[in-house]
Design a binder for this molecule. Structure first.
Ligand code: ADP
Ligand code: MG
Length: 456
């Protein structure tokens, strides 16, 4: 297999070019220099020349991995998995390390190649979460923190840490059964089991077996389960079953357990019984460290410190946006002529849709409605309807209060936005929340979270 692929390499590359219509420049700069390095157990390692212009490996991987696999199969008849690596790295790490690593990813499709403890930048805003995650990864038997409950706004590293924990345990404790799942997948599984369960009871049994026989369960974005009664109940049974038998649980959410208004006290305290930790938005130093780390990983220094500082001091909301901004500028730098450094002006231009440094974000009533409905898992039509159940009046009054606090709208305008007939309804709602804020700590915290979501 190895020699056949090696011998036919140029034929494979030509087939790739012709079938996928790769144009001349791209072909000569990227594809032609690809070299076959080795093939073991169906994994083919292909080397890429070092590149000064940035993240070329990821790009080639995304665009050409599958076409190359297909080309190899068509020309040689072998079904393989291709891994691209930089030549220098292969010399340093040796081929076999890539093959072992690759087998892990094939066996555990939920893992991500991009997320590990090694490339998580630790700083003052996330060091406690990092330390707790690492402690659990090192002692995965439910004895240190169980459950470990991580919460934060979006894009701050929860999923990255959960993948890191899973990967660490899989690599260091291969006997343990580890399962990472998103609450979306969990919900789909439950719904599917209930649907097919009507004709076939084994569906539910299989679903339960899948989740209840693991040693470590990591469940991401639990807030999407809360409020869906059937799934929620199934999840708590799973939680209890695992917890009682000393299995490790790791949960992430957009808010701490005591802010999950819809949730029974019993479960809130259950979630809180291990270790609950938040991750804060990055400060300037953290953002700079993350950007520098990205450049180091991409093996480039195409962007000057001045440009990195510009990005770090303007994209503050979260790390996902920070990475998006970095990618966009890198793309611009790749379009520059070889050897030409891009200037701050080019970076500013590249990011003009991302950031407008001197403009304050204006908060609109619509935006408030969107954030509040999302927070309480409601749909907009119910919130704006005439129904007067408490699960609707309360969020509605919170909307009134936030519109009154954070926008310049008059009470009549707020009434119109919230489809109330009369501005006195708004006055009443705002006062009610103001009064409750004096004695209800939970409400204080809810308003605090909502304000943070509105003005990150
Ligand atoms: P969340 O799950 O909290 O929404 P993610 O874990 O998906 O956030 O993180 C968003 C992006 O930011 C990912 O690409 C992740 O790798 C990156 N990221 C977050 N925190 C860090 C960190 N401390 N160091 C390096 N990358 C990070
Ligand atoms: Mg996430």
């Amino acid at each position: 297999m190895k020699t056949q692929i090696k011998d036919k390499w140029s034929e494979i590359i030509t087939y790739l070019r012709d079938t996928y219509l790769i144009n001349g420049v791209i072909f000569r700069t990227w594809i032609e220099p690809l070299e076959f390095v080795s093939c073991e157990n169906g994994t083919v390692i292909v080397s890429i020349d070092q590149d000064k212009q940035g993240d070329i490996l990821n790009l080639i991987d995304k665009k050409y991995r599958l076409p190359l696999q297909i080309s190899i199969e068509v020309i040689t008849g072998f079904e393989v998995n291709v891994i691209f690596q930089y030549k220098n790295d292969i010399e340093k790490k040796g081929v076999s390390s890539y093959i072992n690593e690759d087998q892990i990813f094939q066996k555990y499709p939920f893992l991500s190649r991009e997320h590990s403890f090694d490339n998580f930048v630790v700083s003052g805003t996330n060091n406690i979460a990092y330390a707790a995650a690492l402690a659990v990864a090192e002692n995965p038997h439910g004895q240190v923190y169980n459950p470990l409950f991580l919460y934060s706004g979006p894009g701050l590293g929860k999923t990255h840490l959960m993948h890191s924990i899973a990967r660490y345990i899989i690599e260091n404790n291969p006997k343990l059964q580890v399962l990472y799942t998103t609450s979306e997948d969990f919900t789909n599984n439950v719904v599917e089991a209930i649907r097919t369960g009507k004709v076939d009871d084994t569906a539910t049994a299989n679903m339960r077996k899948k989740y209840r026989t693991v040693d470590v369960l990591l469940i991401d974005d639990i807030q999407f389960i809360i409020g869906k009664p059937g799934t929620q109940a199934e999840f708590f049974h799973t939680f209890e079953a695992l917890y009682q038998s000393g299995k490790q649980l790791v949960i992430s959410s957009d808010r701490p357990p005591n802010q999950m208004e819809e949730l029974d006290m019993r479960y809130r305290s259950r979630f809180n019984s291990g270790m609950t930790i938040d991750i804060q938005p990055p400060d300037f130093e953290t953002s700079m460290a993350i950007l520098k780390n990205k450049q180091a990983n991409d093996k480039t220094n195409a962007l000057s410190d001045e440009i990195l500082e510009y990005i770090a001091s303007n994209v503050k909301s979260n790390i996902r946006d920070l990475e998006g901004a970095y990618k966009k500028v890198t793309l611009f730098s790749r379009l520059a002529k070889p050897g030409e450094e891009i200037t701050l002006a080019v970076a500013e231009n590249a990011l003009k849709d991302f950031i407008s440094p001197d403009e304050e974000i204006t908060i609109t009533a619509d935006y408030i409605i969107e954030v509040v409905t999302d927070h309480f898992h409601l749909d907009k039509d119910s919130l704006l309807s005439d129904k007067k159940t408490r699960n609707l009046t309360y969020p509605r009054q919170i909307c009134m209060y936030l519109c009154d606090e954070l926008t310049n709208l008059t009470q009549t305008e707020i009434a119109t936005k919230l489809r109330r007939n009369n501005h006195t309804t708004v006055i009443h709602g705002v006062n009610k929340i103001k009064k409750a804020l004096l004695e209800d700590n939970e409400l204080v915290a809810t308003i605090d979270i909502l304000k943070k979501k509105l003005t990150p």
